[in-house]
Structures are given as structure tokens and as C-alpha cells.
Design a protein around this ligand. Structure first.
Ligand SMILES: NC(=O)c1ccc[n+]([C@@H]2O[C@H](COP(=O)([O-])OP(=O)(O)OC[C@H]3O[C@@H](n4cnc5c(N)ncnc54)[C@H](OP(=O)(O)O)[C@@H]3O)[C@@H](O)[C@H]2O)c1
Length: 284
């Protein structure tokens, strides 16, 4: 079975390739795609087939997808451009006669009001209407998203949010990648939507306590209103777009948009998900 992986030059896609190899897929049955030719060369050193291709390069996508059985469509990172990019990949998958598309989406993408979700919701709709077989992996947050927050805590002893008691059911990127590899080559996943998350939904009070343990210094969670947070971020020199993004994401967390800790991820990977403390500690 040949598996083509988009975004294989990025953090998640690279780990998906690693898990496919570790789980027994032969290197020449994997096609790693992305734009970064340096990263592709490193992947090629492992015997993996590679293709340097951007989502707006239809002929390149056709060549990369030819003969593949499964496409792992790792969502793109260019926010605002992702719907046409994903649509291009789905169209190419249809032209190539790919058997199934595995797409990395966002938690409860059908109903969530979280920032960033609309592009995932639209991509899911395109997939459902494509006539292709699909599996949707609705990935909750990566614990790695908070390594910058850990660094702030190290420097200041403070974690500032407007999340209140909102929870984040994050898992390590590697956990999500392991699940994507399992779903790509396994059977029984067609037409399934998995809500993938960590086993534990933590609050930022919990995060501060974990950071304190990991850093060996006191860390306090200071929860303020969205307006107060925006004022503090502006004062620190952040531009309006970034301020709106951070405050908007925190509002989503406060609402509970990332709070759903399900069993889907641990069931797919056959082990507990990586604790937040382990990801934070490993980064130091
Ligand atoms: N759940 C979460 O917490 C979370 C957090 C952040 C992002 N995400 C989503 O999950 C995806 C994977 O995460 P990640 O950490 O692996 O992100 P990442 O390291 O930024 O990787 C993004 C990948 O997308 C590729 N890409 C972007 N634009 C492209 C284009 N126009 N044409 C072809 N390839 C393109 C990049 O290729 P090149 O580098 O080779 O250009 C790279 O391989 C992200 O792209 C984003 O959609 C989820």
C-alpha cells in the first residue's frame, strides 16, 4: 500500500512518516511531500520517495499522488489560504483515484466557534462531497503549542491568560502522528470522524503547577478578562492582529472549545497519551 503524506516537511507530517516506517510500511511505499527541499532530502536519505510540490501546483500534485492508495492530507499552515489549497489536494486525489483521504482537522469542527475552525469545517465539507473515501482526524491542540508559554513562565513566573477555568485536552504531536499512521494503513476507518485529544483536559492553573514542577520555580496563573489581556499584550508591543488572535483563542478555551478529552486517541494508539508534564520537560 502506498501512502502519500502532505506537509511531510513540517513537524506533524514528518512524525507521520516516522510512524509509518516504524509500523512496517516500506520506505518506497511512502511519498513525502512539501516545499522545503532540504527537509525532503533528509527524508529521501531514509529511502522514502519525495516530491517537492506546493498546493497550487496541480501538475506536481498529480505526479506526487499517482499510484498512491491513501493520502494523509496534513492541513496547511497558511491560514486564510487553506481552503483552496486543501481543495486542490482533494481534486488531485480524485484525479489520481486515491482510495482514501485522511485529513487532520480541528476539534468538533462541525459545531465549534473556535478561531481557525472555519477552514477545517469547509475542508471537511469538500471531502464529504468529493466522492472519495475519507477519515477525519479532529486533532485537539498540540501540547507543544505551549512551549513558548513555558518559556515565559521560566522568565517571569507568570502565565497570563483570559481562559478562566477553561480546559485544554492537548496531547503531544507525536501521539497524533502515531494515530494518523495507524489510520492510514489500517482498515475500518473509512467514513469515521475521530475526536483526538489527550487523556487529560487541564486548566491553566494546572498548567502553571506543572510548569512550576518542571522548571523548579514558582509559577502563577494570572487569569484576567479579555480586555485586560488585550491591553497588556498591546503594552508589550504585539500588533492588533496578534492581540485579537491570542484573546480570541483564549475566549474559545474559556468557552470549553478545547475541553473535550475523549478516548479516541488513546484507543487508536493503544496506550495513554503523553502527559503535558512529559512534553514540557522534554523541551528543556
Ligand atoms: N492542533 C494544533 O495544535 C495545531 C497547531 C498548529 C497547527 N496545526 C495544523 O496542523 C498542521 C500540521 O502542524 P505542524 O506543526 O506540522 O505545522 P508545520 O510544521 O508548520 O507544517 C506545515 C506543513 O504544511 C506545508 N505547507 C504549508 N503551506 C504549503 C503549501 N502552500 N504547499 C505545500 N505545502 C505547504 C509545509 O511545507 P513546507 O514547510 O515545506 O513549505 C509544512 O510541511 C498545520 O499546518 C496546521 O494546519 C494544528
Amino acid at each position: 500500500m502506498t501512502v502519500v503524506v502532505t506537509g511531510a516537511t513540517g513537524h506533524l507530517g514528518d512524525l507521520v512518516v516516522e510512524h509509518l516506517l516504524a509500523d512496517g510500511t516500506a520506505p518506497d511505499q511512502i511519498v513525502a511531500t512539501g516545499r522545503n527541499t532540504g527537509r525532503l532530502a533528509e527524508l529521501a536519505e531514509q529511502g522514502v520517495r519525495t516530491a517537492a510540490v506546493a498546493y497550487d501546483d496541480a501538475a506536481g500534485l498529480d505526479a506526487a499522488f499517482a499510484g498512491a492508495d491513501v493520502l494523509v492530507l496534513v492541513s496547511g499552515s497558511e491560514v486564510g489560504q487553506r481552503v483552496p489549497q486543501h481543495a486542490a489536494a482533494i481534486d488531485a486525489a480524485r484525479r489520481a483515484g486515491i482510495g482514501r483521504v485522511v485529513y487532520t482537522s480541528a476539534p468538533h469542527a462541525d459545531t465549534s466557534d473556535l478561531l481557525l475552525v472555519p477552514e477545517h469545517r469547509e475542508t471537511e465539507r469538500l471531502l464529504r462531497e468529493s466522492g472519495l473515501a475519507w477519515t477525519i482526524l479532529r486533532n485537539n491542540w498540540y501540547s507543544e503549542n505551549y512551549l513558548g508559554t513555558l518559556d515565559q513562565a521560566r522568565q517571569t513566573g507568570v502565565v497570563l491568560t483570559s481562559t478562566g477555568t477553561g480546559r485544554v485536552a492537548s496531547a503531544a504531536r507525536d501521539d497524533y502522528a502515531a494515530a494518523a499512521a495507524v489510520v492510514a494503513v489500517g482498515t475500518g476507518h473509512e467514513g469515521r470522524v475521530y475526536e483526538l485529544s489527550g487523556d487529560v483536559a487541564w486548566t491553566f492553573d494546572d498548567f502553571a503547577a506543572t510548569a512550576a514542577d518542571v522548571l523548579g520555580r514558582p509559577v502563577e496563573h494570572r487569569s484576567v478578562s479579555g480586555d485586560e489581556q488585550a491591553a497588556i499584550l498591546r503594552e508589550a508591543g504585539l500588533d492588533e492582529g496578534t492581540v485579537g488572535f491570542v484573546v480570541g483563542l483564549d475566549a474559545g478555551i474559556a468557552r470549553g472549545d478545547l475541553a473535550d478529552a475523549t478516548a479516541d486517541l488513546r484507543t487508536l494508539i493503544g496506550r495513554p497519551t503523553t502527559p503535558l508534564a512529559d512534553t514540557l520537560a522534554a523541551s528543556l
